[in-house]
Design a protein around this ligand. Structure first.
Ligand SMILES: [Zn+2]
Length: 445
């Protein structure tokens, strides 16, 4: 169920939940009136029967009827959508109100001045009283957030309505034929979920260089709905990636302080000090990189890095948390960025089209620091990536294996982790089974 929660300054309940009640009541009164009409006024005209009803009503009224008198049906909200070039004056004009009303609400309502910033496509609702004056102004800020300004005498009281979307669990499986991105797309996954998948496994899999044809992944993720309609994609809850026959699984886990992260079934964090491939692989059309120069030392000298061929403009990420020690241009490197990670480690990013950081900036893992280009001595757009340990060039993957593993959950936390992820583990296992059965009955050529 979608919930409507009045948050602050709620002086009245949201108007719609009270409607069905009132309608019931009106219906009951009508039914009762008709009964009275037939019982006591057969053959009489309507004018006479009108007198009968009000007298009889209090005595025979059903017990559920509230004691307060029936309020007059409220006026209907008039909904108006903001067009490009609109201002409050035009908006109020369309609702039958004047500039005096605009001035009044902007001046008297809490945060009334924020009303003057309009966004095309945004929806407003106007409720007028019997005299045609503004009784309430509704602003739908987002599908989840609405603010109503109720007029109270000469000022306004703000009511905030916050909704929570309904989360549904979905899953997808795919076999990689050319790239993870295309496989994900074929499985019906949006780019956000594919990217998230790359982030989850980015510390253990190089998504540009590692995938092989026939690699398989399964993913359980959330989709959020409002009023039964898709609103957006939520988090990945569980995922498995089988690369070259080796299986990696990850489960989303939220600890007691509300911090969320991804952990293996054994409770080891998927987060590593460095991402293996510091590029947005979803933009790379084939994960089987034809320009693969790997392992790095077998390439032409004095080449001392890994090349990731990718379209110009592909985002380049900081491989790990650190500080930018250089960001500039040279004839050989083109636009380049150097990041220092703690005492021992340095990463370099060359031939960038654009730099997005400056010398001295602190960066976090996965932060965009620039885009792929072909500036400097480069024949085509690619990222040239170098990894240095104490100033010496090293193969990042060899070093990677020597770096400490991700943090493990404490023994005390494991029962909570297992309880939280048990359902996902079962779901992943069931998807795996289904996929297996599917592959057996319908083998791929
Ligand atoms: Zn290179």
């Amino acid at each position: 169920m979608t919930r409507v929660t009045p948050q602050t300054g709620a002086t009245r309940p949201p108007e719609h939940p009270s409607y069905p009640r009132r309608h019931l009541y009106v219906a009951a009164v009508c039914a009762f009136a008709v009964t009275m009409l037939m019982a006591f006024a057969p053959g009489k005209d309507v004018a006479d029967s009108r007198n009968v009803v009000p007298i009889a009503l209090p005595f025979d009224a059903p017990t559920e009827i509230p004691e307060e008198p029936v309020a007059a049906e409220p006026q209907q909200w008039v909904d108006i959508t903001v067009n490009a070039g609109d201002n409050l004056s035009l908006l109020f004009g369309r609702a039958g109100l004047t500039d005096t009303d605009v001035y009044h609400v902007v001046r008297k309502a809490p945060q009334g001045k924020t009303l003057t910033r309009l966004y095309p496509g945004e929806k407003f609702g106007f409720l007028l009283d019997d005299d045609g004056r503004l009784a309430a102004l509704k602003r739908i800020k987002s599908p989840l957030e609405t603010v109503i300004l109720w007029r109270e005498g000469d000022s306004y009281i703000a009511e905030e309505l916050v909704r929570e979307p309904e989360a549904h669990r979905s899953f997808a499986s795919a076999r990689i034929e050319s790239s993870l991105f295309l496989a994900g797309q074929r499985a019906g996954l949006p780019q956000t979920v594919i990217m998230e998948l790359a982030n989850v496994f980015g510390g253990v899999i190089d998504f540009v260089l590692d995938p092989r044809r026939g690699d398989v992944f399964h993913v359980v993720y959330e989709e959020l709905y409002i009023d039964g309609e898709h609103y957006k994609y939520g988090n990945i809850l569980a995922a498995e990636f089988i690369n070259n026959g080796k299986s990696y699984t990850a489960y989303r886990y939220e600890d007691e302080s509300g911090r969320a992260g991804y952990f293996s079934a054994e409770g080891v964090s998927m987060r590593r000090q460095f991402m293996l491939a510091p590029v947005d692989f979803t933009r790379v059309s084939s994960n089987f990189n034809p320009r693969r120069l790997h392992p790095i030392y077998k390439t032409r000298r004095p080449h001392r890095g890994t090349d990731y061929a990718a379209p110009r403009g592909t985002p380049v990420f900081a491989a790990g948390d650190g500080r930018v020690t250089e960001a500039g241009y040279t004839k050989a490197n083109g636009n380049y960025v150097v990041i220092q990670h703690g005492q021992a480690y340095t990463t370099k990013y060359l031939h960038l089209n654009k730099r997005r950081v400056r010398k001295g900036n602190r960066v976090t893992q996965n932060q965009v620091i620039g885009t792929v280009g072909s500036t400097g001595a480069a024949t085509g757009p690619h990222l040239h990536y170098e990894f240095l340990v104490n100033g010496v060039h090293r193969n990042p993957r060899t070093i990677h294996k020597k770096l400490p593993k991700g943090k493990s959950l404490t023994e005390q936390e494991m029962p909570r982790f297992l309880a939280q992820t048990h359902g996902f583990q079962l779901q992943l296992a069931s998807i795996r089974q289904q996929q297996l059965a599917f592959n057996q009955t319908d083998p791929k050529p």
